[in-house]
Design a protein around this ligand. Structure first.
Ligand code: TRP
Length: 330
C-alpha cells in the first residue's frame, strides 16, 4: 500500500444525473484521482429503498457508471464498481445494524423527509439506509468522503457507528471525515433558483440533465428565471442571475469575479446565450466519450467486473476482521 489517503463516494442509480451532480460531484472527483486512492461506486442497493422499475434501474446503473468514466474518472487508476456486485456491503450492513440504535436512525432528516413524501412505502430499507452507507465507507477504511450537505448527517452517523464499534471491539475502523473540496457554487433550479437543482423536479425546465442535447440546454437556459433588472451582477436577491453566474464560472473554471466582469454592461439575453454555450462546450467531450463507451459494452463490462474484484478483495479483508472481532467462527 502507498501512503495516499482513501476516498469513497457513491451516487444512487435512481435517476439521471444533472449538471448539479456534475459540478458538485463528478468534476471534483476527477481532481482527486491523482492524490488519493479513490473508490467510486454506483449504489444500486440504496436505490431500491424506493420502488424502481427493474429495466430502468439496470439502464440507469450502467448510465451512471459510464458517466463517471465519460467525465474523466480514470477507470484504471480508481476503483469503479457497482455496489450489489460486492456482497460484503450487505454483510457488514447487518453487523453495523446490530450496533446502531433505532433512536439514531429515527433522527435522520432524510428518513423523515422521504417517509413523509412517500407514505405508502415506508419500508425498513429506507430506515436502515444510513447503515448500508456506513458499511460502504467503513469496508474500505475510507479516510475521506466527499458528500453534499444533505449527506452530512449520514456521514456523522457512520462516524458514530465506527467509534462505537472500535470502542467495544478494539480499533478496527478508520473514522471517516467529510471531504470539503473547494467551495464550488451550489447549483440551483433554473426555474426556482432558491431550491437545489434536482432530477426529481416535476418541471424539466428546472434542471439540465447531463445527457440533454445541446438544443435542449440552450432552450432551458433561455427560459431560466432571472429578475426584472438588467444587470449581470452577483448580489443578494438576484438568485437566478447568481445561479447562472455560478454555473458559468464552474464550467469555464473562471472565478465568479472574472465571470461578472465579463458580462458587465451586457443584457440578460447575451448573458444566457454565453452561459448556454459554455455549458454545451463543457459537456461536448463528455458526450463524445459517453457515446464511445455506449458503443463498447464489452469494455464497460470489463471495467465494472474488474472494479468489483478489486473492491471485493479489500472489502472481504475488512469483513473478515470484523467477523473475527465479534466472535463469528471463520
Ligand atoms: N446516500 C448518498 C446520496 O444519496 C449515496 C451514497 C451511498 C454514498 N453510499 C455512500 C455517498 C457512501 C458517499 C459514501 O447521495
Amino acid at each position: 500500500m502507498d501512503d495516499k489517503k482513501t476516498i469513497f463516494s457513491g451516487v444512487q442509480s435512481s435517476g439521471f444525473l444533472t449538471l448539479g451532480n456534475y459540478i458538485g460531484a463528478l468534476k471534483n472527483w476527477t481532481k482527486l484521482q491523482n492524490d488519493y486512492n479513490c473508490l467510486f461506486c454506483v449504489v444500486d442497493m440504496h436505490s431500491i429503498t424506493v420502488r424502481q422499475n427493474p429495466s430502468e434501474l439496470k439502464r440507469r446503473t450502467l448510465e451512471i457508471l459510464k458517466l463517471y468514466m465519460a467525465s474523466g474518472i480514470d477507470a484504471e487508476k480508481n476503483i469503479l464498481f457497482i455496489q450489489s456486485h460486492v456482497p460484503a456491503h450487505a454483510e457488514l450492513a447487518w453487523v453495523l445494524g446490530c450496533n446502531t440504535y433505532m433512536g439514531e436512525l429515527s433522527r435522520m432528516t432524510q428518513f423523515k423527509d422521504k417517509s413523509a413524501r412517500n407514505d405508502e412505502n415506508i419500508n425498513a430499507g429506507l430506515f436502515t439506509y444510513p447503515v448500508l452507507m456506513a458499511a460502504d465507507i467503513l469496508l474500505y477504511n475510507a479516510d475521506l468522503v466527499p458528500v453534499g450537505s444533505d449527506q452530512k448527517q449520514h456521514l456523522e452517523l457512520a462516524r458514530d457507528i465506527a467509534e462505537r464499534f472500535n470502542g467495544v471491539y478494539g480499533n478496527l475502523f478508520i473514522v471517516p471525515e467529510p471531504y470539503i473540496g473547494e467551495v464550488g457554487a451550489k447549483i440551483m433550479s433554473l426555474q426556482e433558483p432558491t431550491k437545489k437543482m434536482s432530477k426529481s423536479d416535476i418541471n424539466p425546465n428546472g434542471y439540465i440533465a447531463l445527457l440533454d442535447d445541446a438544443d435542449t440546454i440552450v432552450k432551458k437556459i433561455k427560459r431560466a428565471v432571472t429578475d426584472s433588472e438588467n444587470e449581470v451582477a452577483y448580489r443578494e436577491g438576484k438568485d437566478g442571475i447568481n445561479n447562472l453566474l455560478g454555473i458559468y464560472s464552474a464550467v469555464t473554471d473562471k472565478t465568479m469575479g472574472e465571470a461578472q466582469t465579463e458580462f458587465e454592461g451586457k443584457g440578460y439575453g447575451h448573458f444566457k446565450a454565453a452561459v448556454a454555450e459554455a455549458v454545451v462546450e463543457c459537456m461536448r467531450p463528455m458526450w463524445q466519450r459517453y457515446k464511445e463507451l455506449s458503443d463498447n459494452n464489452d469494455y464497460v463490462e470489463k471495467i465494472y467486473t474488474e472494479g468489483a474484484l478489486k473492491a471485493a478483495y479489500l472489502a472481504d479483508g475488512t469483513l473478515k476482521k470484523v467477523y473475527e472481532k465479534i466472535g463469528f467462527v471463520i
